[in-house]
Design a protein around this ligand. Sequence first.
Ligand code: ADQ
Length: 486
Amino acid sequence: MSRIVAVSNRVGPLRGAARAGGLAVALIDVLRQSRGLWFGWSGRIGEAEGSTQTERYRGFEVATVDLTAAEHEDYYNGFANRCLWPLFHYRIDLTAYDRQYYDSYNRVNVRFARALHPLLKESDRIWVHDYHLIPFAQSLRDMGCVQSMGFFLHIPFPSREVLLTLPHHEQLIQSLFAYDLIGFQTERDCERFLDYAINELPGAEVRGNVLSAYGRSVRVAAFPIGIDARDYADFVYSEDGQRQYMRARNTLRGRTQIIGVDRMDYTKGLPERFAAYERLLTDYPDAHGRVEYLQIAPPTREGVQAYTDIKHHLEQMASQINGRFAEVDWTPLRYINRTLSRRALAGLYRASKIGLVTPLRDGMNLIAKEYVAAQDPEDPGVLVLSRFAGAARQMEAALIVNPYDTVGMAEAMQTARYMPLVQRRERHAELMRGLLKEDIVHWREHFVAELQSASLRRVPELVQQAQFEPAKVPAGQWPPTRRSAR
Ligand code: ADQ
């Protein structure tokens, strides 16, 4: 197996397995197997650019660089999180287009590529993650790298009309042609990407899954990310899992717990969910004193105003709902802003008869999968899932809702409350079959295998290139600009 080099904005978390998310675990496995290298931002903000720090961790190498305060503001908070994140989630209203952000984004990608370049071997396969690093491969190609490179986008790819609002959209998307493989979460994302390419890029052609433009061919495919469903189910029986489960059962005293767990983010549809819960309590008085909604939402990206705004908005909504409906012995909504360990969450999911996962847009949403994996197959809870989460494409046995439809969501919660055991079991079994079939190992192996075959396909191309031009492509000339491609 060739060495895998994973590149992501943040490296890790490597330590503290209880906190490490599914992605870190999946990457750690493949990095260990291939004696690989993980490269990215250290998570620290330094005074100056500083040097690359390297360490060994469980049989693979880790290389990190710090960001300067200006880079953190313009590249990370700015272009990545104030521009690309909202735009790719269809929030043009929250999208800040700022030339300074874009310049910083490109500069940081070049700086990261320069830091990684001396650590690379020619036979490496490079796997780049997410929207922070779209032009990363192009920066490496400009330095003469010929390794095979794959990109995986964790968030949705927007529709063409939305992407067209981004100044320099073509430049950004053109840089994706430096990869050999581009992976999306769903077929829908692939379709939107191809629709943009065919209509906006000069001379673009699609044959099967291969897209050609700018004299380059790139394979485009969907790789829906999964979880390790068996391991996650076992979390319920861990010490943390059991403690949370028992605590919840004791405090609920027979009430039905509805649970939502999200990073606090405007894409997750939290105000809409609170409104739908209020609607449930308004329209179905039999829910009074019989249900409790627990929402866990730790704050993220606090350097971005939109995140501070949503935090205040949710606090207001929560106190309004409790003010309106609470009784001396019943708090309808509990809203917690702390992070709990993955094991503790598994215990809480098991104690919750309804899981609410209702983002307005989401690349995949792994909470939906984790909620299902944590259920008791003999007496499972019901997943209420937004049609706009990538997960809905694979999890049709959930109750699928439109998160903008307050009444429809309240109806779905009511349906979930009274769903007969036979139907709950059938739906859960079907969902579990899907989770076990397309799990995190399948995702990782599928991507790495495709990257491998993309490299084999590239061999004739490389041989041809070696015959007619030097192996190193001069900086700035790759891929060709729009004019020279014509
Ligand atoms: P996120 O938007 O962070 O990730 P999500 O898939 O919901 O979204 O969560 C990723 C991981 O973080 C999960 O393992 C989950 O358990 C954990 N997590 C989320 N909220 C948490 C909380 N409140 N407390 C503790 N843990 C929490 C991006 C995309 C998603 C895509 C993932 C993976 O936005 O659409 O599913 O990447 O590709």
